[in-house]
Design a protein around this ligand. Sequence first.
Ligand code: ASP
Length: 293
Amino acid sequence: MTRHLTTTADLTDDEIEAIFDEANGYLDGQTNQKLRGKLVINIFFENSTRTRSSFEVASKRLGAEALSLDVASSSESKGETMYDTAANLDAMGASAIVIRHKNAGAPKILSKYVKASVINGGDGAHAHPTQALLDLFTLRQAIGDVRGKKILIVGDIRNSRVANSNIKLLTRFGMKVVLAAPPHFLPKRSSIKMVWNIRDELDGASAVMSLRTQTERHERLIYASLSDYAANFKITKEALGDRNIFVMHPGPVHRNVDLEDGALSDPRSLVLRQVHNGVAVRMAILSKFVLGY
Ligand code: ASP
């Protein structure tokens, strides 16, 4: 039976460990021919800065053919539905379809219509499983055993699929997650600890993950200004102090709103390591789903 990756819950703990083991072997950036003759199609209905290129690089490093469909110039703009477009791509023999869509649940629905494995590249504010997996991988690489370690997630958590997927995955792997944001950016309900400032919670945290303000998902302006937000929630070198704490961000970074330049370039920043590791983790994910093991 074809398997799909719509949320991290589609994978068991053992499968995640196996993905990480395999990804470790891909960190050197070498190419191989594991997926030679296979076709991986990226279909992104929403903008992407790095997820799309990361999947494309990952597919090519595995020897697969990689096609990124520019949706703006595709038949969608001529009125063809997502299902028709995807079914046509499926008929071309795709082994995997990586989809990003502004509607939560789109990858799940698509998976019912195609033979290929569907991999969620981000759906609305719902989930971004490959980002959470590469974040956990990066945390482990930096910290070692993450069980019992605290991570502070800061920013527009309510509208962030990265936060959603990370809250689920990091707590599942034993991390203590604390959410810090102004009230209108916090989930309406959560069993996770939530605070309205960062200062008190940086103490004892092994990592802080900053998130972008998801302006495209706000129906109206729900905060006074980005600079007001930044005054309280921007991660600065001064706020980090001399703490032993790693800094993360999924990108794209709003410089000097989410992260101060100095915090981004600080040796404790894992931001580019996340991007590097993302290719290796996605190689392992593509191999698993395309070859079906
Ligand atoms: N790149 C991430 C996403 O697609 C984070 C962001 O856009 O802020 O969700």
